[in-house]
Design a protein around this ligand. Structure first.
Ligand code: SF4
Length: 351
């Protein structure tokens, strides 16, 4: 008989499971701690359960994270993992160490492919296959802790493959597992959801009270330009998007982060600096400027380093916080979706 994988089960799911097995509800809480806090996957070693209960659990259940297909390490220490899901679809996770500090950020995926189809993105070109389950989302973190220990990462960003807010229920369930005080115990300040701008879902996320950090993939500061590179802007215009962001910021009392990828000769002029500064006026926020990482087959070009610095210098006095971020893992296709896109195209990977 195939065992049931408990990966992704919440505290209340496990409490119900114990009740269904004729056990007391609190046993679910004990099992939750073993699995998500202590990363103990051998039921035999769960010493506060009777021998009989351990055997029963072992007969029916397992706790299995992800199956690794490939990993690649960049010259700058960034590691990219490509996992194989049960239905043989590829999904990727990127671990980005920050040298000179304790910070290690893991970028996880929420969908296989993506339906949003941003004009500059490798994942968008793959099309959409399916949502990840809560288990497959949290499984990326469980895998890293099993492999590299409890301090495998310090920060989590949902900025990998997919639009997290399009997979709302599974993403929220996974975030609850990350924040659970008897589970993975991550601080809400260390967990970020990044969205391409689904305004109603941003408000819905604010209403969950999870109060995690919100990042917006903005990339253009006017409706006219945004719609050229992000089709989602046709459905959710920039005005409504900014209203939703202000709602989120007030409700969660957090500083919103804007990601602004600079494409050579598209959104890198003085008029763009002014439009961006005007758009975020009065909002507690941080703007990350990133140079575009070219994707094979797409027309956008990478701006020069001088252009990046010039843009940052012009923007800096006009907005609360600006950082010009270095691209990481360029030698291993670490931009969103590039590795999985290659895998799906059946190309050989240099591992
Ligand atoms: S940038 Fe994000 S939202 Fe846009 S297509 Fe890529 S994965 Fe989807």
């Amino acid at each position: 008989m195939k065992k049931i994988n408990l990966l992704g089960y919440s505290l209340s799911d496990l409490e119900q499971l114990m009740l269904d097995m004729g056990e007391k509800k609190f046993r679910g809480g004990q099992l939750f701690k073993w699995l998500y806090r202590d990363h103990q996957t051998e039921f035999e070693l769960m010493t506060d359960f009777s021998k009989e209960l351990r055997q029963k659990l072992d007969e029916k259940f397992e706790f299995k994270s992800m199956q690794l297909l490939h990993s690649q390490t960049s010259e700058d220490g960034t590691i990219k993992f490509l996992f194989n899901l049960d239905d043989n679809l590829p999904v990727e996770t990127v671990l980005i160490p920050d040298f000179g500090s304790e910070r290690k950020t893991v970028c996880i995926s929420s969908q296989v492919g993506c339906a949003v189809n941003c004009g500059f993105c490798a994942t968008g070109k793959m099309g959409f296959s399916r949502d990840l389950t809560a288990g497959e989302i949290i499984g990326q973190l469980v895998y890293l802790r099993e492999e590299f220990g409890l301090d495998a990462f310090s920060n989590v960003v949902m900025m990998g493959m997919g639009e997290p807010l399009a997979n709302f229920d599974n993403v929220v369930k996974a975030v609850e597992l990350m924040l659970a005080p008897t589970g993975m115990m991550l601080s809400r300040k260390k967990v970020t959801i990044s969205t391409s701008g689904n305004s109603p879902k941003i408000k819905k996320l604010a209403d969950t009270g999870l109060d995690i950090c919100l990042a917006i993939s903005l990339h253009a500061a006017t409706q006219e330009k945004r719609v050229k590179i992000m089709p989602i802007a046709e459905t959710f215009g920039i005005e409504k998007l900014m209203q939703a962001i202000r709602y989120y910021s007030e409700k969660s009392r957090t500083q919103v982060m804007f990601e602004y990828i600079i494409f050579d000769n598209f959104n890198d002029k003085m008029e763009d600096v002014h439009a961006l500064a005007k758009l975020v006026r009065g909002l507690p926020c941080k703007i990350n400027l990133l140079a575009y990482n070219p994707v094979e087959g797409l027309d956008f070009k990478r701006p020069s380093e001088e252009k990046m610095n010039w843009f940052g210098g012009q923007l800096s006095p006009r907005v609360p916080v600006v950082t010009v971020r270095k691209s990481r893992g360029r030698d291993i296709d670490a931009a969103c979706g590039q590795l999985a896109a290659k895998q799906q195209l059946g190309r050989k990977l240099d591992v």
